[in-house]
Design a protein around this ligand. Structure first.
Ligand code: GLC
Length: 678
């Protein structure tokens, strides 16, 4: 390709199609009028949570109480509710429309309980499999996480329930979460750790944001001027409510000026006594409190919480529509990692189901935990999925255990983590919980036809056993209908279509962050009362890092097997103003219907900063009958080419030639071409 010689004119552009904010000038004006009528005591009271889950009411001013509840995968707080697949499972569907339905469904569950704010989605980037809360989040790639977050939020808010994207920002580890500073350079923040939040604001019009416990570059997120004003308010134009995570406000004065609008679950730091004294002494300008009240009130007015009853009595708490969405999601989220000699699907025969996770619904622990209304474990699912399938749930102590194991046509072994070993406020092991690999080896001594079903919020150690089993399904935490969905995939009623939203390393040392996940005491003199984690891999984390380090993961980002095969052809690029449309065909060349996630990656051939070889900038999930071919188009806007210049502190699109890759995973590129940004 002739090199296009262009003057190196750097263009800094506004990016992200900006959604219309629901908060209009009229709401801001009315809110300002109300703030003027508030007494100082009322203002100070108003910025502290009430009874742990409320924004307090002020009846004389027509301000209603506003109720909030966890969490990202189902409504929690003293209620049973629909348990959806966890965040990372939702991301593994790569299906925007389905995620929008998930949000809508969550919104209905919230309205059925009179809840105004749902404390989800969680969107922190998966930096290492060790983080205890990866299960709640959307994986390692900022573009995918942003698409999932924005569609989730639009769904929730379509039901007039406020979504709350969390935890802003740099909460990528759970160890020492109140006292760890995530030290991240500004380019890496904007290119990796911010985009899901930016897209939530600009495209999802998210109404509320929750700051994180951790420090970011030595400043607690809840009091960070950079996060809460420079980025959220000034760069992204966020007009909604910023709330703290629970008891994560550490300085009343700094938070007063630069921090959250609302201290949850109550005013532990910005107490009335302290704040009143600061104001009366002239240390804290009352206008700093006014603007917190302004953000809260304008949001409440925009969603008309002052005019409408949030409890929708027409909606059942146990909603069949919501159960069906949870089921669809789990079907689409499960990733088939291995299927040796097309061992699956097995449409009939004698099955044994066993293992520590076989007869229960597993999910991660902490505030994201939900008690489901319906429970479909793998043991139950396999017993119901089809009358041609005979399935036994066996434990080692059962009668004739060994004989029954040996006689089975297939043994489904359910392993993985659970709410005790993978949870908030702690990190987990890379290895499976103690004894599980040994258990699997014992099963293999009795029967070689083993299918492993894995529950976890991310990668686990597999290299020591995966070669011995016929098939592996990554089920994440698949929600209340997970057992049935897994059974439908094993018996071929459903063709798996999930794709990995993470890279899966062979060993933890292969991860680009392996030696910077914990505190770098040797690099940083420890004189502070807190720990420091230096994200010294910069933007080269996940597949960006594996490719740069030339380290082969066990399974690459975007990978997932199907019971059918797909062929890609006829790539073309068309210009549309300053955007490009990449088009190509995908054909189902197998014998069963299936869905393929066609992924579009972009790589800058030349730049004055180092850039990843390729970055995900588009995808489409295509459902195809056997033999069917569809034309697919993916639009690349300026955001697909931008990088953040740390010295200019702004986004740049540098003209030049870009490689375009279309593939079935980040490591299975089927088509490629180039385009020139002028
Ligand atoms: C927790 C979590 C947050 C949750 C909140 C309320 O500590 O970090 O995600 O929404 O407190 O339970």
């Amino acid at each position: 390709m002739k090199r296009i010689i262009v003057s190196l004119c750097l263009i800094s552009m506004a990016f992200c199609a900006v959604a219309q904010s629901k908060i209009k000038q009229e709401h801001k004006d009315r809110a300002a009028e109300i703030v003027k009528q508030m007494t100082l005591d009322e203002k100070i009271d108003y910025i502290g949570g009430h009874e742990s889950w409320y924004i307090r009411e002020i009846p004389r001013l027509g301000l209603p109480a506003v109720r909030m509840a966890d969490g990202p995968q189902g409504v929690r707080n003293n209620t049973k509710s629909t348990l959806y697949p966890s965040g990372i499972a939702a991301a593994a569907t790569w299906d925007r429309a389905l995620i929008n339905q998930m949000g809508t469904s969550l919104g209905k569950d919230a309205r059925a309980r009179g809840i105004h704010i749902l404390l989800g989605p969680g969107a922190n980037i998966y930096r290492s499999p060790l983080c205890g809360r990866n299960f709640e989040y959307f994986g390692e790639d900022p573009y995918l996480a942003g698409e999932i977050a924005a569609n989730y939020i639009k769904g929730v808010q379509s039901q007039n329930v406020l979504a709350c994207i969390k935890h802003f920002a740099g909460n990528n580890q759970e160890w020492g979460r109140h006292t760890v500073s995530s030290d991240v350079d500004v380019r890496t923040l904007h290119e990796i750790y911010f985009p899901a939040f930016e897209k939530a604001v600009k495209e999802g019009d998210v109404a509320t944001i929750m700051t994180s416990y951790n420090l970011l570059n030595s400043v607690h997120a809840s009091e960070s001027k950079y996060l809460n004003y420079d980025v959220l308010r000034d760069m992204w134009g966020f007009d909604g409510i910023i709330m703290s995570d629970w008891t994560s406000v550490y300085s009343p004065l700094n938070t007063g000026y630069y921090g959250v609008d609302l201290e949850m679950p109550f005013a532990k730091s910005m107490t009335p006594e302290v704040m009143k004294q600061l104001v009366e002494q002239g240390v804290l300008d009352v206008r700093a409190i006014d603007r917190k009240c302004q953000h809260i009130i304008q949001t409440i007015l925009a969603y008309e919480f002052d005019k409408t009853e949030q409890l929708d009595k027409s909606l059942p708490e146990n909603n069949p529509y919501c159960d069906s969405i949870a089921h669809e999601l789990s079907r689409a989220a499960i990733v088939m990692l291995k299927n040796q000699d097309n061992f699956l699907p097995m449409k009939k025969g004698d099955f044994v189901v066993c293992g520590p996770n076989a007869d229960k619904i597993v999910t991660g622990g902490g505030s994201g935990f939900v008690t489901p209304l319906i429970s479909s474990s793998v043991a139950l699912g396999m017993s119901e999925v089809d009358k041609k399938v005979k399935s036994l749930y066996l434990k080692p102590e059962d009668k004739d255990y060994e004989k029954k194991m040996k006689n089975a046509d297939c043994v489904v072994v359910c392993l993985g983590h659970n709410s005790e070993t993978e949870k908030e406020n702690a990190d987990r092991t890379f290895e499976l919980p103690e004894g599980q690999v040994e258990y699997l080896k014992d099963v293999l001594k009795l029967n070689k036809n083993v299918v492993v079903v894995l529950n976890a919020g991310g990668n686990v150690e597999m290299a020591s056993w995966i070669g011995d089993v016929k098939a592996v399904l990554m089920a994440w935490y698949p929600g209340q209908q997970g057992g049935l969905a897994i059974s439908e995939i094993i018996t071929g009623k459903i063709n798996p279509s999930g794709k990995l939203p993470i890279s899966m390393e062979k060993k933890i040392e292969d991860n680009p962050v392996a030696d910077s996940y914990y505190e770098n005491v040797k690099r940083i003199r420890k004189i502070n009362p807190y720990s420091r984690v230096e994200y010294k891999e910069g933007i080269f984390m996940g597949y960006r890092g594996y490719e740069k380090n030339n380290t082969q993961p066990l399974f690459p980002f975007g990978y997932g097997l199907s019971y059918t095969t797909f062929e890609y052809s006829d790539i073309a690029v068309a210009e549309d103003g300053d955007e490009f449309i990449v088009s190509f065909n995908v054909k189902n060349t197998g014998k069963v219907a299936g869905a393929e996630v066609a992924q579009v990656y972009v790589g800058d051939q030349e730049c004055y900063l180092v850039r990843p070889a390729k970055e995900l900038k588009g995808f489409e999930k295509v459902y195809l009958k056997p033999g069917e071919q569809k034309a697919v188009s993916v639009r690349l806007d300026q955001e697909a080419f931008r990088f953040f210049d740390p010295m200019e502190h702004k986004w740049i699109v540098e003209p030049g030639v870009f490689n375009v890759y279309v593939g079935s995973s980040s490591a299975d590129i089927r088509l490629n071409t180039q385009l020139t940004v002028k």
